[in-house]
Design a protein around this ligand. Structure first.
Ligand code: GTP
Length: 594
C-alpha cells in the first residue's frame, strides 16, 4: 500500500486554513520555527494583505509515525474565493482527502458549504476540524450541529486551535489513518493532472501536477492533451518550501514540471499531461475551458502610461492565464484596454497588482457581464455596453445567471430577502441549518452581483451573511442600454446596460451624481440620460466664471502662482470631453449604481 496521502484544506475565508497549514509544516519539520514567516503558503504580498489564497499550491511533507512508518503528505492549498471555484475543483481532483476547517466562533458559512459540496463531489474523505477553540466566544456545540445538519458531515470533528497548536498531532494521525492512500499505477502510460501553474522568469511556466498513472521524468517528450502542445521535460521535482529537483515523479506523487514553456496559453488548469510516444487512454475528466465572466475597461490616468500598462498586462498575464485583455479606445477616456476577469474580486486584485507592482495609476470603468444579443437574425456576443446595438435593432438579449448561496443568521433574513428581490433574484431554496442559521439559494443575474452586491449583503447583515455562487444557464432579459450625454454628446464610458424597470432610477441617480461631480464651466452644461433616443432624465450645471485669482487680487504674487499651479494640477487629472472637463471620480460614480 502506498505511503502517500494527498489532501487539501477547505474552509471559509479566515477560518484558519493558512494558520493550520503553517502548523502542519512545523509539526512535520518541513520548516523550522525560525524559518516560519507568517502564512508561508500565501506567497504574494497582496495575498498576505488581503488574507486570500489566490492560487493553489502544493507542499510535500515527510512524516514518520510513532511506529516508525514513513509517510509522504502532500498538502494542496486551494484558493478560497468564489471567483476561483474551477481552480478549487481541479485542486480537489488531485486529492483523496480534505480537512474541513470550521471556525468555532463563526460556524458554517457559505464557502464552507460550497467547498464541502465540491469535496463530496470529488469523493474525498472529509476530516472535520473545529478550529479556534482557544477563543472565549468559541461555540463548539453550535459549530458541530451546523456541520451535521448543514453539511451532512457525520464524522467526529477534531477540536483544534491552529493558533495555539492544539489538535495538530490528532489531525496528522487522522490524515494518515483516514485519507485513502494514493493508488499507484507506475507501469501505465503517463497521466498527470495539471492543477496549478506559475511563471518563473528564468525557467518559464512551471506546472504543478498530480501524477495518476505512470512516471514523468527529465528528457521525456510529453503532450498537453487539451492544448495539444508538445514539450521535452527539462526538470521535475517536489515543492518543499522551494522546488527540490528529483529524478522523476511517479504515480501518486504531486510535484512540479519544467519544460521550457514560454506561452502560458499552452497550460490549462485541468488539462492532462501524457507521454507523446505512449499516450494515456485516461485523460483526466472534468477539464473545462474557462472564460472570463466580467469585463471592464482599464485606462491609464495619463496617456504617457499607456505603454507601461500594456507591458504590465503582458507580464501579469504570464502568471494569470485567466486574465484576458485587448486594446480599446474610448471617446471619453482615450486609449486603454478592455479586460476580462473571472469575477469582480479578480478585477480588484488585477487592478491593485497593476498599481502596486507596476506603479501605474488607473481608471477602471464600471464592470459589466457578457451579453448574447440577437440582432437582425444573428447572435452576437457583447462585452462592452458602449458597443451595444441600438435598442430598436435588438430582438433578444440573453444575460448570464448564477445560483447563489447565502448563509445568514435568521435576524437578518428580512433585509437579505429584500436585497435579493431588488437585485432581480428568484428564491429557489430556504433551509434552516438550526434555529438560528438559514441557508438561502437564489437565482440571480450575474450583472446584479458584480457591483456592490457583496458590500450591500455585508452591510444589511452587519457582516454576518456569507455568500458564494456558481454560474448557471443564461436567461433572456428585458434589458436596455442607458446612455449619458454631457453637453449633448454621448460619453461612451458612462453607458450601462440595465433592466427596463430600473432604467429610470439609474438615469436619475447618474445625472444627479454627475451634476454634483462635474465642476461648473463658463457655459451651461446639460446632463441627460437617454434610452432608445428618448431623454428620461436631465440635470443642468449652470454656467460660472471660474476665476481662481479673484480671491486674492492685489495679493502677493507667490500666492497667485501657487493657485495657478494648483489649478493646472487639477486640470491634468481631468478628462477633457468636448469642451467639458470631467473629473475621474465621475467614472467611479457609475460603479455605485444600485
Ligand atoms: P484565507 O487565507 O483568507 O482563506 O484565510 P484562512 O482561512 O487561511 O485563515 P487564516 O489562517 O489566515 O486565519 C485567519 C485569522 O484567524 C488570522 O488572524 C489567524 O491568526 C486567526 N486564527 C487562525 N486559527 C486560529 C485559532 O485557532 N485561534 C485563534 N484565536 N485565531 C486563529
Amino acid at each position: 500500500m502506498s505511503n502517500i496521502r494527498n489532501f487539501c484544506i477547505i474552509a471559509h475565508i479566515d477560518h484558519g486554513k493558512s494558520t493550520l497549514a503553517d502548523r502542519l509544516l512545523e509539526y512535520t519539520g518541513t520548516i523550522s520555527k525560525r524559518e516560519m514567516k507568517e502564512q508561508i503558503l500565501d506567497g504574494m504580498e497582496l495575498e498576505r494583505e488581503r488574507g486570500i489564497t489566490i492560487k493553489a499550491k502544493a507542499v510535500r511533507m515527510n512524516y514518520t509515525d510513532k511506529n516508525g512508518n514513513p509517510y509522504v503528505l502532500n498538502l494542496i492549498d486551494t484558493p478560497g474565493h468564489v471567483d476561483f471555484t474551477y481552480e478549487v475543483s481541479r485542486a480537489l481532483a488531485a486529492c483523496e482527502g480534505a480537512i474541513l476547517v470550521i471556525d468555532a466562533t463563526q460556524g458554517v458559512e457559505a464557502q464552507t458549504l460550497a467547498n464541502t459540496m465540491l469535496a463530496k463531489n470529488a469523493n474525498l474523505k472529509i476530516i472535520p476540524v473545529i478550529n479556534k477553540i482557544d477563543l472565549p466566544t468559541a461555540d463548539v456545540d453550535s459549530a458541530y450541529e451546523q456541520m451535521k445538519e448543514g453539511l451532512d458531515v457525520d464524522a467526529e470533528p477534531i477540536l483544534a486551535s491552529a493558533k495555539e497548536g492544539i489538535g495538530i498531532s490528532e489531525i496528522v494521525d487522522s490524515i494518515v489513518a483516514n485519507v485513502p492512500p494514493a493508488v499507484v499505477n507506475s507501469d501505465e502510460p503517463l497521466s498527470a493532472l495539471i492543477f496549478d501553474s506559475f511563471y518563473d522568469s528564468y525557467r518559464g511556466v512551471i506546472v504543478i501536477v498530480r501524477v495518476f498513472d505512470g512516471k514523468i521524468k527529465k528528457g521525456m517528450k510529453v503532450r498537453f492533451i487539451a492544448s495539444n502542445a508538445e514539450y521535452e521535460v527539462l526538470e521535475v521535482g517536489y515543492m518543499k518550501l522551494k522546488p527540490v529537483e528529483f529524478d522523476s515523479l511517479s504515480s501518486g506523487d504531486v510535484g512540479y514540471v519544467v519544460a521550457g514553456i514560454k506561452d502560458i496559453h499552452d497550460i490549462k488548469i485541468g488539462d492532462t499531461i501524457t507521454e507523446s510516444a505512449r499516450p494515456t487512454k485516461h485523460p483526466h475528466a472534468g477539464y473545462k475551458e474557462i472564460h472570463p465572466f466580467v469585463f471592464a475597461g482599464l485606462y491609464p490616468n495619463s496617456t504617457s502610461e499607456y505603454d507601461g500598462l500594456k507591458m504590465a498586462l503582458e507580464k501579469l498575464k504570464l502568471s494569470d492565464s485567466s486574465l484576458i485583455y485587448f486594446p480599446e479606445t474610448s471617446v471619453a477616456l482615450g486609449f486603454g484596454f478592455r479586460c476580462g476577469f473571472l469575477g469582480s474580486l479578480h478585477l480588484e486584485i488585477v487592478k491593485e497588482r497593476l498599481e502596486r507592482e507596476f506603479g501605474l495609476s488607473l481608471l477602471v470603468t464600471a464592470p459589466n457581464v457578457v451579453y448574447k444579443v440577437k440582432t437582425k437574425g444573428k447572435y452576437i456576443t457583447i462585452d462592452n455596453p458602449a458597443r451595444f446595438p441600438n435598442n430598436a435593432d435588438i430582438e433578444e438579449i440573453w444575460e448570464p445567471y448564477v445560483e447563489a448561496t447565502i448563509i445568514c443568521p435568521v435576524d437578518y433574513l428580512g433585509a437579505i430577502l429584500e436585497l435579493c428581490q431588488k437585485r432581480r433574484g428568484t428564491q429557489t431554496q430556504m433551509k434552516y441549518m438550526n434555529t438560528k442559521i438559514v441557508v438561502l439559494k437564489y437565482h440571480l443575474p450575474l450583472a446584479e452581483i458584480i457591483v456592490g452586491f457583496y458590500d450591500a449583503l455585508k452591510s444589511v447583515s452587519k457582516g454576518y451573511a456569507s455568500f458564494d455562487y456558481e454560474h448557471t444557464a443564461e436567461q433572456q432579459g428585458d434589458l436596455v442600454k442607458l446612455e449619458i450625454m454631457i453637453n449633448s454628446e454621448v460619453v461612451d464610458a458612462f453607458s450601462v446596460i440595465t433592466h427596463k424597470d430600473k432604467a429610470q432610477t439609474s438615469a436619475h441617480y447618474l445625472t444627479e451624481k454627475l451634476r454634483g461631480i462635474i465642476p461648473r464651466h463658463m457655459f451651461e452644461i446639460p446632463i441627460q440620460a437617454k434610452v432608445n433616443n428618448k431623454i428620461i432624465a436631465r440635470e443642468t450645471i449652470s454656467a460660472m466664471r471660474k476665476d481662481v485669482l479673484a480671491k486674492c487680487y492685489g495679493g502677493d504674487i507667490t500666492r497667485k502662482r501657487k493657485l495657478l499651479e494648483k489649478q493646472k494640477e487639477g486640470k491634468r487629472k481631468m478628462r477633457q470631453f468636448g469642451r467639458v472637463e470631467i473629473p475621474p471620480e465621475a467614472f467611479v460614480a457609475v460603479l455605485k449604481i444600485d
